[in-house]
Design a protein around this ligand. Structure first.
Ligand SMILES: Cc1cc2nc3c(=O)[nH]c(=O)nc-3n(C[C@H](O)[C@H](O)[C@H](O)COP(=O)(O)OP(=O)(O)OC[C@H]3O[C@@H](n4cnc5c(N)ncnc54)[C@H](O)[C@@H]3O)c2cc1C
Length: 398
């Protein structure tokens, strides 16, 4: 029987960030991360788009990304070691929301709120949007909202870097699957004592962290805690641009929901590419990784062409699908449920977990070591908020 100060279930960006921050903050007793798939073939962290934006509608979501931005800026240095430096390619090219006339009051409110919270975000007139991105058709657009500090990073390198950084800080990664969680005490207020692994081993620990992404509800079941987190498929397509594009795209968010960003590599000599997404809000719940290629011509291309006719010459390189980890209010569950001591949840990010993973790691480290998060007050994201009838409404979740 092994023992650990903390066992983290799931070694994606969230689990790895929590391990890194715990150790950096001086947590004693050893941090063990159990990850069943070292190739991360189905992990959302590997399959993500890599968008990083502060432009949310609630103070807590804004703060989680605001706090993460300095970390993203220094990610490669902080996570790198001798002879191994990640290339996360965090590019602060901004997020540009294109706003239609009937959306004006909502975006004006949102913009004011974000500015009051210290986010650099500005209203761009149509002529200015057109000056920056000359190929856009903007007849139906009232203005743009641009956050110059937002941007995007390469998810695979972020995942690799976070894991390497956590290992360098002293975390041990175990390749196995958690199949059970042991508990002590009477119902009402139990406490966790450890985990059982598929390989037959058990690990004793007073701290268990559920960072199992789209599979987090199953871990909850093992602990007797119902977590309203459901897997929902999300498609992305990588496309080659017709030749080198004369300028770089920020993340552009069209009112139809289609959004795209540049996907340029390290050297600038590769084929010029973009990644395109469009969320379907009627996508059924389920662990479905099949990429429906027909969505490109049916659902992605028409709004793209209407906005940017030169995209008619795009060539699809590949499409893929991964899982969003949806909660009823599309916001994460963070913290310790009141009925199970020692069980900490960091899951349900609903498609925006990568961008906030640095601050989430810090918040969980504080909650585990000190009983509450002080860097960012994450209490609006408490695990039992739905039972208490206190969901968090954020109109700016995509
Ligand atoms: C197509 C797509 C696009 C996205 N775009 C963005 C974006 O632009 N910006 C953004 O911020 N976010 C984006 N996201 C969301 C983001 O990827 C996730 O919120 C984030 O990666 C969650 O990280 P995680 O570590 O919690 O989960 P994951 O990366 O899924 O990691 C969970 C890990 O837990 C492991 N695991 C599960 N069960 C067990 C078990 N029983 N035992 C051991 N290991 C287990 C899994 O193998 C997995 O590796 C996107 C997601 C998708 C699918």
């Amino acid at each position: 029987m092994r023992t650990a100060g903390a066992v983290i279930i799931g070694g994606g960006v969230v689990g790895s960030s929590i391990a890194f921050h715990l150790l950096e903050d001086g947590f004693k007793g050893g941090v063990l991360v159990v990850e069943r798939d070292p190739t991360y073939a189905r992990a959302s962290s590997r399959l993500a788009m890599g968008g990083i934006r502060q432009q949310f509608g609630t103070a807590v979501n804004i703060a989680l990304v605001q706090r993460s931005i300095p970390f993203w800026r220094s990610f490669d240095e902080r996570m790198g070691g001798a002879g191994d430096r990640p290339r996360s390619n965090f590019r602060q090219r901004g997020y540009l929301f294109l706003v239609k006339h009937d959306q004006v009051p909502d975006f004006e409110r949102r913009l004011k709120h974000q500015q009051q919270l210290g986010v650099r975000v500005e209203r761009l007139g149509v002529a200015e949007v057109s000056r920056r991105l000359p190929d856009l058709a903007l007849e139906d657009i009232a203005f743009g909202v641009f956050g110059p500090d937002d941007g995007y990073a390469n998810p695979r390198e972020v995942l690799r870097g976070f894991r390497a950084g956590a290992e360098r800080a002293g975390a041990s990664f175990v390749e196995d699957e958690v199949v059970g969680i042991t508990r002590l005490g009477a119902s009402g207020r139990r406490r966790v004592t450890g985990v059982r692994l598929r390989g037959g081993e058990s690990i004793d620990s007073p701290v268990i962290v559920n960072a199992a992404g789209a599979w987090a509800a199953r871990i909850g079941e093992m602990a007797g805690i119902e977590l309203p987190i459901r897997p929902v498929r999300q498609h992305l397509f990588r496309c080659a641009l017709p030749g080198r594009w004369p300028y770089r795209f920020p993340m552009v968010i069209d009112p139809t929901g289609v959004h795209w960003r540049h996907d340029d590599g390290d050297s600038g000599s590769e084929e010029d590419r973009i990644i395109v997404a469009r969320t379907r809000h009627d996508e059924p719940v389920g662990e479905n990784f099949a990429c429906d290629e027909s969505r490109w011509s049916r659902e992605f291309l028409p709004p793209l062409l209407a906005r940017l006719p030169r995209f008619r010459d795009l060539r699809v390189i590949e499409g893929w699908a991964g899982l969003y980890e949806m909660t009823p209010d599309a916001n994460p569950l963070l913290g310790e449920p009141p009925t199970l001591a020692g069980f900490f949840v960091a899951a349900g990010f609903s498609g925006h977990g990568l961008m906030m993973s640095p601050a989430v790691g810090k918040a969980l480290s504080e909650i585990i070591r000190e009983g509450r998060a002080t860097t960012v007050d994450v209490s609006p994201l408490a695990v039992d908020r739905f039972e208490r009838g206190a969901p968090l409404e954020d109109a700016a979740t995509l």
